[in-house]
Design a protein around this ligand. Structure first.
Ligand SMILES: [Fe+2]
Ligand SMILES: [Fe+2]
Length: 271
C-alpha cells in the first residue's frame, strides 16, 4: 500500500474532470485530496464518491473553492454552513474529513491529521496593517475572489473563523495525539509563510495561510506536511520535515499527456 496526495483538482474545468475520470484503480492505496476539488456540492459528492471506488481510503480537507458561495439554489449563504454540508457529504461516501477521528497510516503508525485552519491575512509584510491588507493587494490586482465569495458568518470574518479553527485544532491535537506520535499534517494551505513563493501574484500571500501554524511541523512532530492552493508544485524541507505542495491546478497548469496519475505525489512509499 502507498499513500498518495493531490490537491486543486478544480473539477469545474471540463479537462480536469476528464483527467480525473481517466485515473486508474489503486485498490490498496490511500489518497489525500488537499482541497479545491470544486465549488458545487453535487459535483464534490460525485467526485469523492467516485474516488472512493478507485482508492482504499480517501482523506479530504477543504480548500477555499469548496467554501465559495456560488452554488445555484444553495440554501445557505454562509461558508461555515457550507463547510458542514461538505463534511456531511464526504462522510456519506466514507471519506475522512478534519472533523473525524485521526487515523494512523498502517505501515508506519504515523498519524494522518486533516486540517481546516484557513487563513487570517497574517502572511503579509510587517509594515502593512491588517486593515490595509486588501487595499495593498488591490494595487497589484492580487485580491482573492474569496473576498466576495466566502462568508464567515456567524463569525465576524476570516480572522475570527481562522482563530477558532486553529484553537480547536490545537485542543484536539493536545487531547487526541498519542505522546511521541509522528504525524502527516494535511491542509489546503502551506503551514509556513516561507513556503509561499508566488512571484506572479506576490500580494496574494494574505489568502495563503496563517502564522499560527508556522511551527506546527515541529510541535506535532510531522514527517510530512501536505498542502495545495499555490498551484506551484514543490518539495521543501524545514527542520527535517518534508513539505509537499501537490496541486494539479487549472487546465493550463498541467500536462494532459501525463494524466492526473502523473501528478499524484507519493507521500509514503510502497509498504
Ligand atoms: Fe486552487
Ligand atoms: Fe485554493
Amino acid at each position: 500500500m502507498r499513500l498518495w496526495a493531490i490537491a486543486d483538482l478544480h473539477l469545474a474545468a471540463e479537462r480536469n474532470r476528464a483527467g480525473l475520470l481517466a485515473l486508474g484503480h489503486y485498490p490498496e492505496d490511500w489518497l489525500i485530496v488537499a482541497g479545491d476539488v470544486c465549488e458545487s456540492i453535487d459535483l464534490f459528492a460525485e467526485a469523492l464518491g467516485w474516488l472512493t471506488h478507485r482508492f482504499a481510503r480517501v482523506i479530504w480537507v477543504p480548500g477555499n473553492h469548496e467554501l465559495w458561495l456560488t452554488d445555484r439554489g444553495q440554501e445557505t449563504r454562509s461558508s461555515v454552513a457550507k463547510y458542514a454540508s461538505l463534511v456531511a457529504a464526504a462522510r456519506r461516501c466514507g471519506v475522512l474529513t478534519p472533523e473525524d477521528p485521526f487515523v494512523a497510516w498502517p505501515p508506519t503508525g504515523d498519524v494522518i491529521v486533516p486540517l481546516c485552519t484557513l487563513y487570517d491575512y497574517s502572511f503579509r509584510p510587517d509594515d502593512i496593517a491588517l486593515a490595509d491588507v486588501v487595499a495593498w493587494a488591490a494595487e497589484l490586482r492580487n485580491v482573492a475572489a474569496d473576498e466576495h465569495l466566502i462568508s464567515a458568518a456567524p463569525f465576524q470574518g476570516m480572522v475570527e473563523w481562522c482563530a477558532q479553527r486553529c484553537d480547536e485544532t490545537e485542543m484536539r491535537l493536545a487531547r487526541e495525539l498519542p505522546p511521541d506520535a509522528r504525524t502527516i499534517l494535511v491542509g489546503h494551505y502551506p503551514l509556513r509563510q516561507d513556503l509561499v513563493r508566488i512571484p506572479r501574484i506576490p500580494r496574494f500571500t494574505p489568502w495563503c495561510g496563517t502564522t499560527r501554524t508556522e511551527d506546527w511541523h515541529r510541535r506535532y512532530n510531522a514527517v510530512v506536511a501536505v498542502s495545495g492552493h499555490l498551484h506551484v508544485r514543490r518539495t521543501d524541507w524545514r527542520d527535517g520535515t518534508r513539505f509537499e505542495e501537490v496541486s494539479l491546478g487549472y487546465p493550463k497548469q498541467w500536462d494532459p499527456a501525463k494524466g492526473v496519475s502523473g501528478y499524484l505525489r507519493e507521500i509514503m512509499p510502497a509498504a
